[in-house]
Design a protein around this ligand. Structure first.
Ligand code: SF4
Length: 475
C-alpha cells in the first residue's frame, strides 16, 4: 500500500485527476463565455450556487444591451436584477465600479488587452481591477474563450487542497495557486479546468465544508488528514477510561478552553448576551457553540414570532457555514417569552436533541431565577445543552454555567471571500473557572473557534467598560 504520497509531483496530480474522474465522470462541455461575460459571471458567483448566479447573469444581459449600460445603470436597479445571489447589494455596487474601472483604464469594457500577454502578466493586470482577486482573474483566463493556462482556486478547491495537505492549513488562495501551478507542468488549459472541476466536485459533494465524508472519498487511502483521524481514533480507543464520555467539549480556542477547564459543559445552561446591533454576531457565536457541543445531533431553535422582522431571518447558508446541516435543525416560533420557556423545557427533555437555543429579547418578568433553574435542571437530566440567547437585556441572577457577552469584530477579508466570522467574546461568568475576554474566530474549515489573526485578548469594550466590569463582578 502506498503510504507516502508526494502530491506536488505532476504525475501525482495526474493520478488525482484520474481517481476523481472515475468518481465524477466526464466534466460537462459547458459553452465558453467571452472574457467579460465570464468576469461578470464569476463576480456574481462568489459564495452563491452556480444556478443562482447563472440566473442573475441571464437577468442582467437580458435587461441591458451592453456592458456600458450596466456600468451606467443605477445600483439599486442592478441589485434588483441580481437579488438571488448572496451579498447582492455589495456585488451590485462593486460590479458597476469594476466595469467603470475597466472602461476608464482601457477605453472600453473589453479584455482584448489580455490577448498575447503571458499568464503572469495577464493575472497581474486583472488583479488591478476593483473587485478582481486571484480566483476571478484565473477564471477569466481559464474558463473563457481566452483558454489561458491558469488554475482556479475557489473555496471548495482551497478546502480540499488544505485538508489533503497539499498546502498548509492556513494557506491563501495565491499560495494554493502557486503550489498547483508549480506541480502541473503536464497540464494544458483544458487539463487545469478539468482538475479544478474535479477538486471542486470533491469539495462540494464529499469533502464539504460541513463535514469530510472520508469513508466515501476516492482519495482516502492517500489523504494525510484521513490517516491522522484514524491514528487519533486508535489512540483514543487505547486510552483507559474511555467509557467515561467527557462532558466538556473544547471550543478550539486555547484561552477560552483553558478558562473553561477543557471546554464548554454539555447538559448545562449557557447564556449569550448581545447589545443592540450585535444580535447577528451573538446568533453566529451561539451557532458555533451548538456546532461544537453536539455536531451530529438535532438543534432545536426557539424564537418569537416577531424575531425575524426585528433581528432578521435565520439563514440556512449561515448554519452551513457553522457546520450545522439545516436538515438537522428544527425551528419553532412562539408568541411570547412564556411560550418560549415552556417549549424549551419540553425540548430539553428529549434526548434525541443535542442543543436547544432559546432566543429571548428584552427582559420579560417571567425569565427569573426560577425559570433559569428549571432550564438548568431540564438540561442536565437528558444532557441536552441549553443556550439562552438574550438581546438588549442586562444580565440578571441565574443558574447558568457560563455567561458570554458577544459583539461583532472585523473579519480579515480573504481574497474574494468575506472572511471568517470573528467575535469579541467576553466570558463574564464561569461557575467552574476563570472569566476572560478574547477575539475568537470561527474556522469554517475546521469547525471550531480559534485565535483571531487580529489578536487573542481584548480589553473591556471602550464604549461600556463600566458596564462590562459590573457584569463581570456581579455574577
Ligand atoms: S480523505 Fe477526507 S479529508 Fe481527505 S480529501 Fe477525502 S474527504 Fe477530504
Amino acid at each position: 500500500m502506498q503510504t507516502a504520497f508526494d502530491f506536488k509531483q505532476a504525475a501525482d496530480l495526474q493520478s488525482i485527476r484520474n481517481r476523481l474522474s472515475v468518481q465524477f465522470g466526464k466534466i460537462p462541455d459547458g459553452e465558453r463565455l467571452d472574457p467579460v461575460s465570464q468576469f461578470v459571471c464569476s463576480f456574481l458567483g462568489s459564495r452563491t450556487y452556480d444556478q443562482t448566479s447563472w440566473d442573475a447573469f441571464a437577468g442582467l444581459v437580458t435587461r441591458y444591451q451592453s456592458w456600458d449600460a450596466i456600468a451606467d445603470a443605477p445600483v439599486d436597479e442592478i441589485e434588483a436584477l441580481i437579488r438571488g445571489v448572496n451579498y447582492a447589494e455589495r456585488k451590485a455596487s462593486e460590479l458597476k465600479r469594476a466595469l467603470r474601472d475597466i472602461r476608464a483604464c482601457y477605453g472600453r469594457i473589453s479584455f482584448d488587452f489580455l490577448v498575447g500577454l503571458d499568464i503572469e502578466q495577464a493575472l497581474f493586470l486583472l488583479k488591478q481591477i476593483h473587485g478582481v482577486g486571484p480566483k476571478i482573474a484565473a477564471a477569466i483566463l481559464n474558463f473563457s474563450t481566452l483558454r489561458g493556462r491558469a488554475f482556479v482556486v475557489d473555496t471548495h478547491v482551497l478546502r480540499v487542497l488544505r485538508r489533503f495537505g497539499f498546502v498548509g492549513a492556513n494557506a491563501s488562495t495565491e499560495a494554493a495557486y502557486d503550489a498547483v501551478m508549480a506541480a502541473a507542468d503536464d497540464f494544458d488549459a483544458d487539463g487545469l479546468r478539468e482538475l479544478h472541476w474535479y477538486l471542486k466536485s470533491l469539495g462540494q459533494k464529499i469533502c464539504s465544508h460541513a463535514r469530510a465524508l472520508c469513508a466515501s472519498c476516492p482519495l482516502s487511502d492517500i489523504c494525510p488528514q484521513r490517516a491522522e483521524k484514524i491514528t487519533a481514533l486508535r489512540a483514543s480507543l487505547a486510552e483507559p477510561g474511555l467509557e467515561k464520555i467527557s462532558t466538556r467539549i473544547p471550543l478550539g480556542h486555547n484561552g477560552a478552553d483553558l478558562s473553561l477547564k477543557g471546554g464548554l459543559e454539555r447538559g448545562a445552561l449557557h447564556e449569550i448576551f448581545a447589545t443592540i446591533g450585535h444580535e447577528a454576531a451573538a446568533t453566529g457565536f451561539t451557532t458555533g457553540l451548538a456546532a461544537r457541543v453536539a455536531p451530529r445531533k438535532h438543534l432545536f431553535w426557539i424564537r418569537q414570532d416577531f424575531s425575524a422582522l426585528e433581528f432578521g431571518e435565520l439563514s440556512a447558508t449561515g448554519f452551513l457555514e457553522f457546520g450545522i446541516d439545516p436538515g438537522r435543525m428544527l425551528l419553532l416560533c412562539v408568541p411570547d417569552a412564556a411560550g418560549a420557556l415552556r417549549a424549551a423545557n419540553d425540548a430539553l427533555s428529549c434526548a434525541a436533541l443535542g442543543t436547544v437555543v432559546i432566543e429571548i429579547p428584552g427582559k420579560p418578568k417571567i425569565l427569573d431565577l426560577v425559570a433559569s433553574r428549571r432550564l438548568t435542571l431540564a438540561s442536565a437530566q437528558k444532557t441536552v445543552t441549553a443556550f439562552l440567547l438574550r438581546f438588549g437585556a442586562q444580565p440578571d441572577a441565574s443558574t447558568a454555567e457560563t455567561r458570554w457577552l458577544v459583539r461583532a469584530a472585523a473579519s480579515p477579508t480573504q481574497d474574494e471571500n468575506w472572511g471568517h466570522p470573528v467575535f469579541e467574546a467576553g466570558l463574564v461568568r464561569n461557575r467552574h473557572g476563570r472569566t476572560g475576554q478574547w477575539v475568537m474566530e470561527w474556522s469554517c474549515d475546521d469547525g471550531l473557534f480559534k485565535e483571531a489573526d487580529s489578536g487573542a485578548v481584548v480589553s473591556a469594550p471602550c464604549d461600556r467598560p463600566a458596564a462590562t466590569a459590573r457584569e463581570a463582578v456581579a455574577i
